[in-house]
Design a protein around this ligand. Structure first.
Ligand SMILES: Nc1ncnc2c1ncn2[C@@H]1O[C@H](COP(=O)(O)OP(=O)(O)O)[C@@H](O)[C@H]1O
Ligand SMILES: [Mg+2]
Length: 226
């Protein structure tokens, strides 16, 4: 068997590896994209609107199967494993933060977090709620929260799962500058304290350059800027 005598798995080095990713819709969107994410590492992807950032992030986090290429997590190509294994990874290991937050609107803020803690067996971290400044709105219904509060609640819900990798698409899009910086602090601290990793899509260069690596999606290619 190939590599049967290796003593370390690539998981010791990389949390996630994407290899030769190519995707087209009606036209080629990007081709031969390669990245690797290590523990405690953060990667930013910037690029103009329509360049394919969200599509690429959807591929990295398993929600979209690319035309070509593979994404390796725990030594396995996530597009080549059983549905059950993939759902398990998405539920427990991947923390996906989107622009549109999928909160349960018939429930209050607390109940939305309890769902994440029930699914993964982790407790809700009050400190996290304080840092995100939503500790005082936890008994309110989702519909009574402002857009920014809903966004922070969805971030709290994702972090409550204790994911290994955070995939975030414009996570601070709805927030004022000060709150955005505080929310990013929470995400960067989470990665550092939990040996996790993060791939962040943003159009804000200042936030992007706080990451360890910065890539720009341009002319169908991913160009490394940092
Ligand atoms: N499911 C889809 N089907 C067809 N075209 C799509 C689909 N999703 C995105 N696109 C197109 O792909 C391009 C890149 O979109 P997107 O990844 O959302 O870019 P970005 O996040 O950089 O703004 C856009 O032109 C968009 O219209
Ligand atoms: Mg987008």
């Amino acid at each position: 068997m190939k590599n049967s005598n290796k003593t370390t798995s690539s998981l010791d080095t990389y949390l996630l590896e994407a290899k030769n990713i190519t995707h087209n819709f009606d036209y080629p969107l990007f081709e031969d994209i390669n990245i690797s994410l290590e523990k405690k590492q953060t990667i930013a992807i910037i690029g103009i609107s329509g360049s394919g950032k969200s599509t690429l992030l959807n591929i990295f986090c398993s929600l979209l199967t690319p035309n070509h290429g593979e994404v390796l997590y725990a030594d396995q190509n996530i597009f080549n494993i059983s549905t059950k294994s993939l759902l398990d990874i998405r539920r427990k290991d991947f923390g996906i933060i989107f622009q549109a937050h999928y909160l349960f609107r018939g429930f209050d803020a607390n109940e939305n977090l309890e769902i994440a803690s029930l699914l993964t067996g982790n407790t809700v971290d009050q400190e996290l709620l304080n840092k995100l400044k939503i500790d005082h709105v936890m008994t309110q219904g989702v519909g009574e929260l402002s857009g920014g509060q809903q966004q922070r609640l969805s971030i709290a819900r994702v972090l409550t799962k204790k994911p290994k990798i955070i995939f975030a698409d414009e996570p601070t899009g709805n927030l004022d500058t000060q709150t955005a910086l505080e929310v990013m602090d929470v995400l960067f601290d989470y990665v550092e304290l939990n040996n996790a990793g993060m791939i962040l899509v943003t159009h804000e260069e200042e936030i992007a350059y706080r990451c360890d690596k910065v890539y720009k999606l341009n002319n169908n290619k991913l160009e490394q800027l940092k």
